[in-house]
Write a protein that binds this ligand. Structure first.
Ligand code: SAM
Length: 196
């Protein structure tokens, strides 16, 4: 099950929308993170800079073989051996990662999917105690140059509500100019398995 219209343009254009390292740092991603997971790694825009910042592994999941291939190639190009790519439909099958196995989950430009609470719950399941989840998304603004259609584009307050409803604690909100916002959450309590 693929998510709805991703608004994902070609690689070079996509990369220009972000200062990926700056965004990661703003969202509390740093060398205190050991292992991490990215749900929907796309071109590896964030996977690669994240892999460079940690000593453990980053698990990069995507449903598209081309995205998995490109992220793997980027990792090789940057001589990173801590990027583990997996071709997987995480909505249909979950992440496949064990309970409490990572310190940070990246949900970047993905929460316009049809069952966001199920994905948030899965993120909570694999996070270690005191782990963090970072979410970024296109501003709720029809003038952004790309991004999902407005009827499925979540506002920050909507993501906060979903995340809190599955047991995350909201920590901070960030204006990631020019087109995105970012949210950081902590794992507040045990988050149950299964769909929301
Ligand atoms: C808009 S892109 C975001 C990519 C990356 N997170 C970023 O911000 O640069 C969303 C990605 O999620 C992947 N995706 C969508 N639905 C998925 C699913 N059900 N399981 C795994 N990956 C999925 C798409 O193939 C795409 O690469």
């Amino acid at each position: 099950m693929k998510i709805r219209d991703s608004g994902m343009p070609e690689h070079d254009m996509w990369a220009k929308f972000f200062d990926a390292k700056k965004i990661l740092v703003a969202l509390g991603f740093n060398n205190k993170v050991n292992d991490a997971a990215e749900f929907g790694c796309g071109y590896g825009t964030f996977t690669i800079p994240a892999a460079k910042m940690i000593s453990g592994k980053i698990y990069a999941l995507d449903i598209e073989p081309d995205m998995i291939r490109m992220t793997g190639e980027e990792a090789k190009k940057h001589k990173l051996d801590n990027v583990e790519t997996t071709l997987r439909d995480f909505m249909a099958e979950g992440s496949g990662l064990p309970d409490e196995s990572v310190d940070y989950v990246m949900l970047f430009n993905i929460l316009h999917l049809e069952n966001p609470k199920a994905l948030l719950k899965e993120a909570g399941r694999i996070l270690r105690k005191d782990g963090k989840m970072g979410a970024i998304h296109w501003n709720y603004d029809p003038t952004t140059p790309r991004g999902p259609s407005m009827d499925i584009r979540p506002k920050p307050e909507q993501i906060i509500e979903w995340a809190e409803s599955v047991g995350f604690k909201f920590a901070s909100q960030h204006d990631l100019k020019p087109y995105h916002y970012g949210l950081v959450f902590e794992k507040a309590k045990s988050i149950n398995k299964g769909a929301a």
